[in-house]
Ligand binder design. Structure first.
Ligand code: MLT
Length: 238
């Protein structure tokens, strides 16, 4: 199995994407929110790129069973039901509901890599389960840390490194590209204190400055669920 990583999200995607298992990471906070919402019983998450698309989509589904969630500038969007804090996505609010989600980087990343053979949502919350799913699928793996408006992001790269660590534990012979070696080394640097990586990262510092410390602490938890969201036909389901 070969494991590659997109170090800089804005660079060209590999041509063999349709033959790879792809994992999208936006651990602060989109993919952590997606995992949490499905874990709390949401029916499905519909990730869309823009606020306009979200308002169009809710017209298609109708009110009552569908909620609008997401952020711009890390703040809840006017007219939306939910922001992008994992704590908001509890069973009382999302169970049995569809969530249309739009975030700055994470939700558009799923559309960028949608030609992957399978497209999964990864976070620290479900990293072990993502490793298991990558191994089950027996394809080459392409890890996509979605970064910050086209730039590298520390926290997503460290989480990609956590998945590499898990795959290597099971399959020592896996072939790593230079990018995946770099990301794996980064994970090893922070593995004993993941919260440190989150608090040092640019986006982590931005969230802290906005009083969102609880979100950082939530997203730094590891392996709290076996749930692996899969993106298919525009929708993420468990
Ligand atoms: C994103 O998609 O960039 C993030 O989820 C942003 C955030 O939650 O602040």
């Amino acid at each position: 199995m070969q494991i590659d990583v997109q170090l800089i999200p804005s660079t060209r995607l590999p041509e063999d994407l349709p033959s790879r298992t792809v994992v999208v990471f936006d651990i602060l906070r989109a993919t952590s929110v997606i995992v949490q919402a499905l874990r709390q019983g949401a029916l499905e998450i519909v990730p869309v790129s823009t606020v306009e698309e979200a308002f169009q989509a809710i017209k298609r589904f109708g009110p009552g069973t569908t909620l609008l969630g997401g952020e711009r500038g890390s703040r809840k969007i006017e007219g939306f039901d939910l922001g992008n804090s994992p704590g908001e996505y509890n069973a009382g609010t999302v169970s049995g509901k569809r969530v249309i989600l739009t975030t700055t980087n994470g939700t558009r990343a799923f559309h960028l890599v949608s030609t992957g053979a399978a497209v999964l949502a990864g976070s620290f919350l479900n990293a072990g389960a993502v490793v298991g799913e990558c191994l089950n699928q027996k394809r080459d793996v392409f890890l996509f840390p979605s970064g910050d408006e086209g730039r590298f992001s520390l926290e997503d790269a460290v989480c990609a490194g956590r998945v590499i660590e898990g795959i290597l534990r099971e399959q020592r012979s896996s072939c790593l590209t230079d990018a995946s070696r770099a990301v794996h080394a980064l994970y090893q640097r922070f593995s004993k204190n993941l919260k440190e990586a989150l608090t040092l990262s640019t986006h982590g510092r931005e969230l802290l400055s906005k009083g969102l410390k609880n979100d950082l602490e939530f997203c730094a938890q590891t392996d709290m669920t076996d749930l692996v969201p899969v993106f298919k036909e525009g929708t993420l389901r468990a």
